[in-house]
Design a protein around this ligand. Structure first.
Ligand code: CA
Length: 231
């Protein structure tokens, strides 16, 4: 899961891309022109920007230069097939990758993941290993007792966030803020729902947890099932 900003003036493309990326677990904001895109990029600090080069108010490459002056956010540009010179200009101006229109959601999502992997800081955590659970933040592979798990992007982010803090109780408010980048709403069941999906894939349930222990009224913690401190 990533928080994305889509700068695209075509409402049809905008709607379709937002839908497709949201279905893949991303949080997607959008802007219909360059200036509101710049504003949104600065105020919402997305993990990555998808930038259409043909915008009504300003050339996309100009926007990219302005953005680069204030932000290192990874940028994928979207452009028409015959725009070779534009692609070169955009890459020179600091774009991280590009997609050719029309692009599929699957391809865009793969490029997003690749760009985000590359942009991880050098000191990003290596593989996490907690009592049979292996989590690789770079490849986003997860296995339990050697059995690979198919996790959605959000399930992965949730698990990785908890696994980076083994034994530590994390509140739902913190999970919503850090994993979903959402404000806390009292009735929000999002975290519970994703935790239960995650538990199912880990082969456990809330009443007999192996890794994910609910601390009633507080939150959840990921524990090492082999560690004796857990009773
Ligand atoms: Ca356009």
């Amino acid at each position: 899961m990533a928080s994305l900003l889509l700068v695209e003036d075509d409402p049809g493309i905008r709607g379709a891309v937002i839908r497709a990326l949201t279905e893949r677990g991303h949080v997607v904001r959008s802007a219909p022109d360059a200036m509101s895109g710049l504003q949104e990029a600065v105020s919402s600090e997305p993990d990555l920007v998808i930038l259409d080069l043909g915008l009504p108010d300003l050339d996309g490459v100009e926007l990219l230069r302005m953005l680069r002056a204030v932000s290192k956010v990874p940028v994928i540009i979207a452009t028409a097939r015959d725009d070779d010179a534009q692609i070169v200009r955009a890459l020179d101006a600091g774009a991280d990758d590009y997609v050719l229109k029309p692009y599929s959601a699957a391809q865009l999502d793969a490029r997003i993941r690749a760009v985000l992997r590359r942009s991880l800081p050098e000191d990003a955590p290596k593989v996490l290993e907690i009592g049979g659970l292996l989590i690789d933040p770079r490849s986003r592979d997860v296995s339990v007792d050697g059995r690979p798990l198919e996790l959605s992007p959000r399930e992965f982010d949730l698990l990785a966030y908890l696994a980076a803090r083994p034994g530590q109780v994390v509140t739902k408010r913190e999970l919503l803020a850090e994993v979903w980048r959402l404000p806390y709403g009292g009735a929000d069941k999002t975290v519970d729902v994703h935790l239960s999906w995650l538990r199912r894939k880990l082969g456990e349930n809330a009443s007999e947890p192996r890794f994910l222990v609910t601390v009633r009224g507080v939150g959840v913690k990921l524990i090492d099932p082999g560690a004796s401190s857990h009773a």
